[in-house]
Design a protein around this ligand. Structure first.
Ligand SMILES: Nc1ncnc2c1ncn2[C@@H]1O[C@H](COP(=O)(O)OP(=O)(O)OP(=O)(O)O)[C@@H](O)[C@H]1O
Length: 271
């Protein structure tokens, strides 16, 4: 990754899953820039495309169309080995199912140590610090497969941060945690993951991040900064009305567009 490029840039990214019977358009025309140092909460209803976007940002999927840069590197131009190297050196990932991030027969401490393979020297101190921060120091020698779901989730965050990634990507990293552990994990991500994108349904996580991005039906519909929510004007001027206004302007209804000095007003056209 080059130091001046944003951590992430998506330009018209589309993701289509092809199964034998159907094609599912999971993401369409995603334009997104995440600057270095930002922490972004990725919000949206189930099936909106959040996990798909996270997998694209992790280099685990390649977009069906559009362009995606991780740092200065355009993913579409990287061969499989170059992409693997970039992922190992620069990106930390917490997948939705915590067990998938871990080697089950290795101890908690070994899992964190293995994850430092891309850095030149493993640091016992960093392993100890991370285990301490996620409250797993007393369980350092227990095999990861014998930890509870919540413990595995906390360990997965420690593993993802082990080699000081420039970009941390986490899919629901607090879904199995009580409020106290969730707050500690969010604090850790903000402190040690200098740039992070976190999929979450937890409003507390959303509030802790510097920015929220809401996906609905495969498109970025809204963004939030400093507690204020904005709709995002998409390509060709498309706007997703927030669901709380669907009663006033139901999907499928017609509206008049009235220009005003600094924007437009939409008024329902009575049938
Ligand atoms: N491997 C796949 N093959 C076919 N369709 C898929 C695949 N993975 C996801 N989808 C579909 O793509 C769409 C987006 O799924 P995705 O998992 O990205 O949503 P999500 O917002 O993360 O949902 P959730 O909050 O429930 O995890 C959904 O319609 C889903 O059914």
């Amino acid at each position: 990754m080059t130091p001046t490029a944003p951590a992430v840039r998506c330009d018209g990214v589309v993701q289509i899953y092809k199964t034998r019977e159907v094609e599912v358009v999971a993401l369409r025309d995603i334009d997104l820039v995440v600057e270095d140092g930002e922490s972004v909460a990725l919000l949206g209803p189930s099936g909106a495309g959040k996990t798909t976007l996270l997998w694209l940002l992790a280099g685990l999927l390649r977009p069906s169309a559009g362009r995606l840069w991780l740092g200065g590197a355009e993913v579409g131009r990287l061969g499989p080995r170059a992409l693997d190297r970039l992922r190992a050196a620069q990106i930390g990932v917490v997948l939705q199912n915590p067990a998938r991030n871990l080697v089950p027969y290795a101890s908690a401490a070994q899992n964190v140590a293995f994850a430092q393979r891309a850095v030149r020297r493993r640091s016992r101190q960093r392993t100890d610090d991370l285990l301490e921060r996620v409250g797993l120091a007393p369980l350092r020698d227990r095999p990861a497969g014998l930890l509870s779901g919540g413990e595995q989730q906390r360990l997965a965050v420690a593993v993802a941060l082990a080699n000081r990634p420039r970009l941390l990507l986490a899919d629901e990293p607090t879904s199995q945690l009580d409020a106290g552990s969730a707050a500690a994990v969010v604090e850790l991500i903000k402190e040690m993951g200098p740039t992070s994108v976190v999929v979450t349904h937890d409003p507390g996580v959303g509030e802790a991040m510097s920015r929220t991005v809401t996906i609905r039906d495969g498109r970025i519909g809204a963004e939030g900064r400093d507690g204020e929510d904005f709709v995002v004007i998409g390509r060709e001027g498309a706007v997703q009305l927030p669901p709380e206004y669907h009663g006033l302007l139901p999907p499928g209804s017609m509206a008049r567009v009235e220009p005003v000095r600094d924007g437009v007003i939409l008024r329902r056209a009575e049938p």
